[in-house]
Design a protein around this ligand. Structure first.
Ligand SMILES: [Zn+2]
Length: 434
């Protein structure tokens, strides 16, 4: 099946898909626009979210100058946890409420942007944390109305958080990563200045680049949106609506760009062109996955990141054990695509070709060919070798499966069922690749 939208659609399934995207401004120097753009949205006093490392970089000064130059008062919050938790979300919400702002600006990676989304949500529509959090851990209550304007300025070429309505955090009491997902959470505008990638350490470019790659691959191979049941009411169509012709567009181009530029961007910090192209790939893949949804590699990644014991990669601040998000996703990806290959052989083969697979690939080998390309890329940018490379052994598989099962929003977006036994086999297959 190449395009489900050209095929007969089963009774009760959803023949339509919705295209949702924030306004995006992309280009070198775009940060200078943030003041005018905030003012045009009616912002007079903004909460500016960033982290301590960024506060010392020129990008922060540019944003601060642009906002103040537009006559906007600022309240600055820089106490962002690298991996946000319910506790760090609470601190941010309290700050936002006390600061009495009418708009938000975030400058940073996914953690900063996600924290800003949560602060805006709970300051605008106060509720207990669990109210809007995804089921089964939270109540998944719909957000009752619009939020205050939020201008998101990403500084890493990875998460795509600036164009999605998703905020992820670690719920400490539950020992689980979960999140909030709603179109209302999507930033009002994304201001993407690819110069921000010039100052990133190579290991951050590598991990976030694999996140981009997986956003594109998972959205491209997610179950087709036409196989999901009709939503009732129509406005309840989920953001994770499955692969559709709109998300396919962004995925294909993001994959092509990852193949052309990821290795260059990691190996040579002075290759600004490659780094900037990865920022564009991140934006495209973010728009795609915000409209299609990711699946098993991301669901498994939350367990991989959440149960880390001692691993700490070079280039990341502090000494705490951490598996960066993109790395936690990438270690699962080859095992998953080997398994999902038969669900859409042509798509897996096409993805492998976009990532540089040469020669004839039989349809039946699509998943394996794709896995080989991901492994080759991982090696070229010196990513850890599978789960063992980030400190796990076969004895951890049960715990990793248990940590993945709560991610039903993602698991049901996979192209085939993902029961406990399958997840155990996938984690086993992900222990080491070379
Ligand atoms: Zn991701």
């Amino acid at each position: 099946m190449t395009c489900a939208h050209l095929q007969a659609i089963a009774a009760g399934c959803d023949p339509s898909f919705t295209v949702d995207a924030a306004r995006v401004t992309f280009g070198s120097g775009a940060l200078a626009e943030v003041g005018d753009r905030a003012r045009a949205l009616g912002v007079t006093r903004a909460a500016l979210f960033t982290d301590r490392q960024l506060r010392a970089l020129p990008w922060f000064a540019e944003v601060e100058t642009a906002l103040r130059g537009a006559g906007i008062e600022l309240a600055i919050f820089d106490e962002i946890a690298i991996e946000p938790t319910d506790r760090s979300f609470d601190d941010a919400v309290r700050f936002a409420r006390d600061a009495r702002v009418d708009g938000y600006v975030s400058l940073g990676g996914g953690s900063v942007i996600d924290t800003c989304k949560a602060a805006n949500l709970y300051a605008t529509h106060p509720a207990e944390l669990r109210a809007y959090v995804n089921a089964p851990l939270g109540d998944a209550r719909p957000i009752p109305g619009p939020l205050a304007p939020h201008l998101a300025c990403p500084t890493t070429s990875g998460t795509g958080s600036e164009v999605t309505g998703i905020a992820i955090f670690d719920w400490l009491a539950h020992h689980a990563k979960t999140g909030i997902a709603s179109p209302r959470l999507r930033p009002t505008e994304a201001i993407v200045d690819p110069r921000c990638t010039h100052t990133l350490p190579a290991s951050v470019v590598a991990a976030s680049g694999m996140d981009v790659l997986c956003h594109a691959l998972e959205s491209f191979t997610a179950r087709p949106s036409t196989t999901r049941a009709m939503p009732a009411p129509a406005t309840a169509r989920p953001m994770s609506q499955g692969a559709n012709p709109w998300s396919d567009l962004g995925c294909r181009e993001a994959l092509r760009l990852c193949h052309a530029f990821l290795v260059r961007a990691v190996r040579d910090a002075s290759d600004h062109h490659a780094r900037e192209q990865m920022m564009w790939a991140a934006t495209l893949a973010g728009i795609a996955f915000g409209n299609a949804g990711v699946h098993a590699p991301h669901a498994m990644a939350y367990a991989v990141a959440g149960r880390v014991r001692t691993f700490h990669p070079d280039g990341y601040p502090g000494t705490d054990a951490i598996v960066p998000h993109g790395m936690a996703v990438a270690v699962n990806a080859p095992a998953v695509f080997r398994h999902t290959g038969p669900t859409s052989p042509v798509r897996h083969r096409e993805a492998a070709a976009l990532l540089g697979a040469r020669g004839e690939i039989a349809d039946t080998d699509g998943g394996h060919a794709l896995a080989e390309q991901i492994i080759a890329l991982s090696r070229a940018i010196e990513l850890p070798n599978g789960l063992a490379g980030v400190g796990y052994t076969a004895a951890d598989i049960d715990a990793l499966v248990a940590g993945t099962l709560p991610q039903q929003r993602l698991l049901t977006n996979a192209p085939c069922p993902m029961p406990e036994s399958t997840l155990a086999a996938l984690f086993t297959g992900a222990l080491a690749y070379w």
